[in-house]
Design a protein around this ligand. Structure first.
Ligand code: FE2
Length: 188
């Protein structure tokens, strides 16, 4: 799913507009703001995500590459949650915009205080059509989970680099210890 000829028209339009937006405003805040507006348009319709990038795995949440900018300025991913699936506590090491396409998800933010992790008191729930931002500048450690134990949920993520090869971290919830990881993609 990395070449443009196979992209559905809506995703192709998103990529075209993202390219123009990043040319015009390459800084993190400019790219994120433009991306959020474009991602809202993309997720306003749920008729474009290829079936093979919407497939859950019985055990693991799936991360499918939809598009990778040739210069690694951004990447677009579908995140597919099976019922009850969740991430470890993790960071991203780059900016990201998350748009809910199908179902719903919960995100709980964590802050590092004196080397330990402190959980936000509440989770944020993302519904279809809504977006959320992550950024290392503002703090981007969180745990995300499917809001449903009996259905699949899907969100579309855009990151400010090729997220599949980005070195980032998972965190031990007890000690706060960070362990590097590279997520890769389920399809690339
Ligand atoms: Fe995340």
């Amino acid at each position: 799913m990395t070449t443009t000829p196979a992209l559905a028209a809506r995703l192709a339009a998103f990529v075209r507009d993202m390219d123009a937006a990043i040319e015009a405003s390459p800084c993190e805040s400019g790219a994120m703001l433009a991306c959020e507006a474009l991602l809202r348009e993309l997720i306003a319709h749920d008729d474009w995500l290829p079936e093979d990038c919407a497939r859950p795995h019985p055990t693991y949440y799936q991360q499918y590459l939809l598009y990778r900018d040739p210069a690694d300025r951004y990447s677009v991913v579908s995140f597919v949650w099976g019922p009850g699936q969740r991430t470890p506590i993790h960071d991203h090491g780059t900016w990201g915009v998350i748009g809910m396409l199908r179902g719903a998800e919960f995100s709980r933010a964590y802050a590092k205080v004196d080397g330990r992790l402190v959980a936000a008191p509440t989770e944020e729930r993302l519904e279809p059509g809504q977006t959320a931002l992550v950024s290392p500048t503002a703090g981007d450690i969180h745990l995300v989970r499917n809001a449903f134990d009996d259905q699949v949920s899907i969100s579309i993520h855009v990151y400010g680099t090729d997220i599949g090869k980005q070195t980032r971290h998972v965190f031990d919830p007890g000690t706060g210890a960070a362990k590097p990881f590279v997520s890769g993609y389920a399809n690339a």
